[in-house]
Design a protein around this ligand. Structure first.
Ligand code: T3D
Length: 260
């Protein structure tokens, strides 16, 4: 049994840590399988209301391990389409489809698919010393794991293309300034800030957060009219929730709400 994915439970949320620090947490198929299992277990645990994803050591995740999974062998080149759709892309899909808000604490370099895993999060914090690298071009590949989608939507076409085509690293302050992440944090404060956010999200109305994930997930593909319809539908559901009743009651009684 390896411990390349560490799961640490907290009160209402859990931390998942990519833990192969000697490889800057580069992922392989086995590790991704364990990450998918850990995400599934968090999802299935009704007491879990948020996830904090981070990396051990000086890296967040250096993307695909440049090892046996991707090394051409006697039977020819590896099938990267299969590898991508089965593993990397499934991680991104599961984070985005999850009812749970994901806080990503990017503690160090996030490269290739590792950068995409970070950007798939709902609230992304990065240590000031962290960097984001679209490393694909450096090894003759193209962006995957949603990189071309995330970058285009977050920072715009011009910056997305240049980052992908040049493979240059950008630091956390630049990522924040460009709107790629929520916030750059001092290295020493990254984890405490990320934990405080996960804790706060775990105490927020879970149904509303899950609905927001649907809403923001759909926004890039929708027209304004479609998005207005979706907002109305999800607001209708939120309006029928116990959290809404409690929120309004707490407001009227001038006390903090206690969401279920
Ligand atoms: O199916 C598919 O979808 C295909 C896959 C696509 C998704 C992808 O993610 S493709 C991109 C794969 N990742 C990369 O190309 C990044 C490779 N790594 C780097 O370019 C650099 O390591 C970094 C820019 C990330 C960091 O540089 P630096 O100088 O801070 O660290 P380093 O010295 O290069 O790395 C430290 C160690 O980690 C080193 O090992 P050593 O020499 O100490 O024994 C290095 O080999 C190892 N390492 C880093 N990245 C990987 C890795 N080992 C295996 N695979 C890696 N991806």
């Amino acid at each position: 049994m390896t411990d390349d994915i560490l799961v640490e439970p907290h009160d209402g949320w859990r931390t998942l840590t990519l833990n192969r620090p000697t490889r800057l947490n580069a992922v392989n198929a086995d590790m991704l399988t364990r990450l998918l299992t850990a995400i599934g277990e968090a999802e299935a645990d009704t007491s879990c209301r948020a996830v904090l994803l981070t990396g051990a050591g000086r890296g967040f995740c250096a993307g695909q391990e440049l090892g046996p999974d991707v090394t051409p062998g006697p039977n020819g080149p590896p099938d990267l389409e299969k590898l991508a759709t089965t593993y990397h892309h499934e991680v991104v899909r599961r984070i985005r489809a999850s009812r749970l808000p994901f806080v990503c604490a990017v503690n160090g370099v996030a490269a290739g698919a590792g950068a995409s895993f970070a950007l798939a999060g709902d609230v992304v914090l990065a240590a000031r010393s962290a960097t984001f690298v679209q490393a694909f071009i450096r090894i003759g590949l193209v962006p995957d794991s949603g990189a071309s989608f995330f970058l285009t939507h977050l920072i715009g076409d011009a910056r997305a293309r240049a980052l992908a085509m040049l493979g240059d690293a950008i630091d956390a302050d630049t990522a924040e300034r460009w709107g790629m992440i929520w916030k750059a944090a001092d290295d020493m404060l990254l984890m405490s800030e990320a934990e405080a956010l996960a804790n706060r999200l775990a105490k927020a109305p879970a149904g509303a957060l899950a609905a927001m994930k649907k809403m923001f997930g759909a926004a890039p593909d929708n027209t304004l009219h479609q998005q207005l319809d979706l907002e109305a539908k999800l607001q209708g559901e939120a309006g029928r929730s116990a959290d809404f009743a409690e929120g309004v009651k707490a407001f009227q009684e001038k006390r903090p709400p206690r969401f279920g």
